[in-house]
Design a protein around this ligand. Structure first.
Ligand SMILES: O=C(O)CCC(=O)C(=O)O
Ligand SMILES: [Fe+2]
Length: 307
């Protein structure tokens, strides 16, 4: 056995131990219904994410999410796995908001973009409402809620946005009918169309995010682990984001950067998508690494994750 084989075996061993340990406890958020406002945020690649007592007791060596994901990607391109979750008999004529090209792009490249999904008046109202929520201190800083002393690897600046959970039933939807219209679009039209394309289990979460104009950003991360398991209800399958930035111009920053490795290509491509008003980006949560570039103007987005 040469060195690289033994290294692979050692890593495979650590992954197995790690998977066994982490499967006993889940830090995935519960589904909306009980305490939607306190749902934790999604995955970020950070050293030491699982560096807590439970794992220490079991003497499991930590593996960062980045390390684990790159190992998983090397053994199987995540897009190939995710393609197993696509339905074969999709009838695009029954879509209400997607086009057949969107479904094809989601399958072939892992992401797609839809424009003008909501009226501009709705976009303006939600933007104004979100800005007021931020200014009155009613949104939570997404990073830094954990104890940074206990968890020095997970920096408080992995993401600079402020968020609220706005899943159906949230009190916020009662006070902003325009926001409710947006969540309804996500939870009805888009969810129904996506369910025709990808095998989904029906659960979804919705989060409104405000990025202040101080170079706030969100580091490269993935929203879930890749899977081809139709029965797996833990992993997020599809991420969709709508933007509320009517005056966005080149130079304002805040682009969504998608890292496209295709079918495991060595040279990944970086695709920057402008966060234009009423634009919706849809991607496979376990496939696409992505980041939010530093924002120099207020940037507002509503994200949904479908499982
Ligand atoms: O707002 C965006 O464009 C992306 C946000 C994101 O990646 C996330 O919330 O997980
Ligand atoms: Fe994300």
């Amino acid at each position: 056995m040469d060195n690289s084989d033994s290294h692979d075996d050692a890593l495979a061993n650590r992954i197995l131990k790690y998977a066994a340990a982490t499967s006993k406890t889940s830090d995935l958020p519960p589904f909306p219904g009980d305490d939607v406002e306190s749902l934790p945020s999604d995955y970020e690649y950070q050293e030491g994410d699982y560096d807590d007592e439970e794992y220490d007791e079991e003497e499991v060596e930590e593996i960062s999410e980045m390390e684990l994901l790159s190992h998983l990607d090397a053994s199987m391109p995540p897009l190939l796995l995710a393609q197993e979750l696509f339905n074969s008999d999709v009838d695009a004529s029954t879509f209400s908001v997607l086009k057949s090209t969107n479904a094809n792009q989601l399958f072939e490249q892992g992401y797609t973009v839809l424009d003008n999904v909501l009226p501009l008046s709705t976009i303006q109202s939600v933007r104004q409402w979100a800005t007021e929520m931020f200014k009155s201190g009613q949104m939570d800083k997404a990073s830094g809620k954990h104890n940074e002393e206990d968890d020095p690897f997970r920096e408080g600046n992995a993401r600079g946005d402020y968020t609220i959970w706005v899943s159906p039933g949230s009190k916020f939807l009662e006070v902003s009918p325009e926001l409710k219209a947006c969540v309804d679009w996500f939870s009805r039209e888009l969810h129904e169309d996506l369910t025709k394309v990808v095998h989904l289990h029906g659960q979804a979460e919705y989060q409104l995010a405000y990025y202040p104009p101080d170079s706030s950003h969100y580091e490269r991360h993935r929203d879930s682990f890749p899977t081809d398991d139709k029965e797996d209800i833990d992993q997020r399958r599809v991420t969709a984001i709508v933007y509320f930035n009517p005056d966005w111009k080149q130079g304002n920053g805040g682009e969504l950067r998608i890292f496209d490795k295709g079918m495991g290509d060595e040279d990944e491509k970086e695709i920057d998508i402008a966060p234009l008003a009423a634009r919706c980006v849809v991607f496979l949560s376990g496939v696409m690494d992505h980041a939010v570039m530093p924002a120099f103007e207020e940037r507002i987005a509503l994200t949904s994750w479908y499982r």
